[in-house]
Design a protein around this ligand. Structure first.
Ligand SMILES: *Cc1c(COP(=O)(O)O)cnc(C)c1O
Length: 378
């Protein structure tokens, strides 16, 4: 079955008693036991809640995983995954990393004896070269933030298998609709479902999928032990969002392709990062491995003063953090999303004071281009 169809079907079979088409919101903390030593399959909502379970099963199906898990946020999901490691373990991580993930790794998990090497994971040799005896895993953002570099996951997976390393893919920017990370070699996929999966800028959520059943059991043990689970209302909103994943992403990508092309022709734009553009270094690889190029664009303007002008003057496009929703958003990574990346690393990566990041929504594309044009031309 096509993934767009699978997405629409989430939760449909859930309520066999009434036949409700959408999964009910089981807003309950606990469940009555039928008798001593008996359970309906649900005991307490941290351990399992039917609304959350519908979402967890749904995302597992979309990714072709053994199991899925829903957390209170993308960060909670990533933090839970790091509990798979012990003091002394070393992880190789994408250098062009989401700021919050970098903060979690460097400021919190280093205190528990984990060490991290940041490398350009779009360069598989750089990944191999960073392997040490203590290395246990590679953590890759499939399409990076904000500079939109694409990793060759099958190649990295070959390296990981040869060295017995776990491969974890943060597939937030592409989702299962555009990129099948588990099929292409990842052991675990993680999502900030806040972004494209929920897709409406209305809830914060995290999802994890795990390919191997035994590893999934361990991830469940951590999920239940720590308890950073997604509540029933937010699980329901996330399911509702996922149902339209295919149609939203089709429109968002189409808009993004046109806007990226238009930006390349504007005299005040000096650089455009979008993998759908033919001159993007990962364009060919991504054409082969992914079903599209996503809907995030980064671009540089010719003067820093223009950054403030654009952020103030865009009216249809909101100046706000986050991404992936139906509403277009623009942000300034250097001081917003990526403020927690060390300044030297930011400079080396190209996250500078003329770089803006655009999350393209589902509005009419002509309106979006007109909004950018008037903001650029003041
Ligand atoms: C937003 C984001 C996260 C963090 O997710 P939250 O839901 O905000 O906690 C992690 N990784 C990437 C790539 C993100 O964009």
């Amino acid at each position: 079955m096509h993934i767009a169809t699978q997405a629409v079907q989430i939760g449909l079979e859930w309520d066999t008693r009434t036949g409700a088409v959408t999964v009910p919101i089981y807003q309950t903390a606990t469940f009555r036991h039928p008798g001593l030593g008996q359970s309906t399959g649900y005991d307490y909502s941290r351990s399992g809640n039917p609304t959350r379970e519908a979402l967890e099963l749904g995302i597992a199906r979309l990714d072709g995983a053994a199991r899925g898990f829903a957390y209170a946020s993308g960060m909670a999901a990533i933090a839970n995954l790091l509990l798979l490691f012990k003091s002394g373990d070393h992880l190789i991580v994408t250098e062009d990393l989401y700021g919050g993930t970098c903060r979690l790794f460097d400021r919190i998990f280093t205190q528990y004896g984990l060490t991290f090497s940041y490398v350009d994971t779009s360069d598989t040799h750089a990944v191999s070269a960073a392997i040490r005896p203590a290395t246990k895993a590679v953590f890759v953002e499939t399409l990076t933030n904000p500079l939109l570099k694409f990793a060759d996951l099958p190649a990295i997976s070959t390296v990981c298998k040869a060295h017995g390393l776990l491969l974890i893919a943060d597939n937030t920017f592409l989702t299962p609709y555009l990129f099948r990370s588990l099929d292409l070699g990842a052991d675990i996929a993680v999502y900030s479902a806040t972004k494209y999966l929920a897709g409406h800028n209305d809830t914060v959520a995290g999802l994890v999928t795990v390919k191997d059943p035994a590893l999934a059991e361990l991830v469940y043990f951590h999920q239940n032990s720590v308890g950073a689970v997604l509540g029933p209302q937010d699980s329901w909103l996330t399911i509702r969002g996922i149902k339209t994943l295919g149609i939203r992403l089709d429109r968002q990508q189409e808009n993004a392709g046109r806007i990226a092309q238009w930006l390349t022709t504007h005299p005040r734009i000096t650089k455009v990062y979008y993998p759908g553009l033919k001159d993007h270094p990962d364009h060919d690889l991504m054409s082969r491995q992914a079903r599209g190029f996503g809907a995030m664009i980064a671009f540089e303007v010719d003067k820093h003063e223009l950054v403030e002008q654009i952020l103030l003057k865009t009216s249809l496009i909101s100046f706000a953090e986050s991404l992936g929703g139906v509403e277009s958003l623009i942000t300034f990574p250097e001081v917003q999303t990526h403020a927690d990346i060390p300044p030297e690393l930011r400079a080396r990566l190209g996250i500078n004071n003329v770089l803006l990041r655009l999350s393209v929504g589902i509005e009419d594309c002509d309106d979006l281009i007109e909004d950018l044009r008037q903001a650029l031309e003041g």
